[in-house]
Design a protein around this ligand. Structure first.
Ligand SMILES: Nc1ncnc2c1ncn2[C@@H]1O[C@H](COP(=O)(O)OP(=O)(O)OP(=O)(O)O)[C@@H](O)[C@H]1O
Length: 240
């Protein structure tokens, strides 16, 4: 899937001037490819994801070339409806004819079967994030967008959610665009890393992660590649 956003500006409002948010973003995303976007705070990642999700249509560029892609979106905030149970929150995005077994399998994969009748207020943040991940996978998307889905989780919970996500993704390898500020996390998850400039956003560099997927839990290999990147590309420290 070819994505090329040539420009995105926010219009002037009151005393605020026109704001250029994206100067140029181009990426070719292969089927089943997991790409991490790494860039400084405020560089325009959420703006980009909102365009890709079809939530913002005021831009110059092209996405996919044909029909708009079907999108799954995991927001930073899980955005669950508080008056619906876990299961109902997932079922909301599905066609009525979808067999119950589809939801059963996803709940099982994310270890949430036992809380499927619970309301969101009773869930921990890690559980809510797992529900949001299920909801995004459930639509069988052409492109799965994830905006820092592990932010503000404690380290063991983040690790657990990350491992469950990767198990699920390996069963259902959708194209993923995953935003993170954490280079170690990006290396551990991605096939490809895309480094972004400060606002207005451009692609600074695209790199392939040269570590086999089944070895990706090897923290020594991930750390060694992180150190190598920082040595080879000193500007990475500025970009994070
Ligand atoms: N509605 C808006 N109007 C004007 N400027 C905006 C608007 N939304 C975002 N911006 C600006 O566009 C730039 C990109 O914002 P965006 O939220 O996409 O960045 P981000 O990389 O997602 O940030 P963060 O990493 O902090 O989540 C920022 O300078 C921001 O202030």
């Amino acid at each position: 899937m070819k994505i090329h956003i040539q420009s995105k500006t926010y219009p002037a409002v009151g005393k605020a001037a026109v704001k250029a948010a994206i100067a140029d973003f181009a990426l070719d995303l292969n089927a089943g490819e997991f790409v991490c976007l790494v860039g400084p705070s405020g560089c325009g990642k959420t703006t980009l994801l909102n365009i890709l999700a079809g939530l913002d249509k005021d831009y110059q560029g092209e996405i996919g070339g044909g029909q708009p892609p079907k999108i799954g979106y995991v927001f930073q905030n899980p955005r669950l409806l508080p008056w619906r149970t876990v299961r109902e929150n997932i079922e909301l995005v599905l066609a009525e004819a979808t067999p119950a077994s589809t939801v059963d399998a996803l709940l099982d994969a994310m270890q949430l079967t036992s809380v499927q009748q619970v309301y969101p207020e009773r869930l921990s943040l890690g559980m809510s994030r797992r529900v949001a991940i299920i909801r995004a996978f459930a639509v069988n998307p052409d492109l799965l967008l994830m905006d820092e889905p592990f932010v503000s989780l404690d380290a063991p919970t983040a690790r657990q959610v990350r491992e469950l996500l990767m198990q699920l993704w390996q069963q259902r390898p959708h194209r993923v665009l995953f935003v993170t500020h954490d280079l170690r996390e990006a290396i551990a998850l991605a096939d490809k890393l895309v480094f972004l400039s400060a606002s207005p956003m451009t692609v600074v560099r695209t790199l392939t992660v040269p570590i086999a997927r089944n070895k990706r839990n090897d923290e020594a290999a991930v750390e060694a590649f992180r150190q190598q990147l920082k040595q080879d590309y000193p500007d990475i420290n500025v970009l994070l």
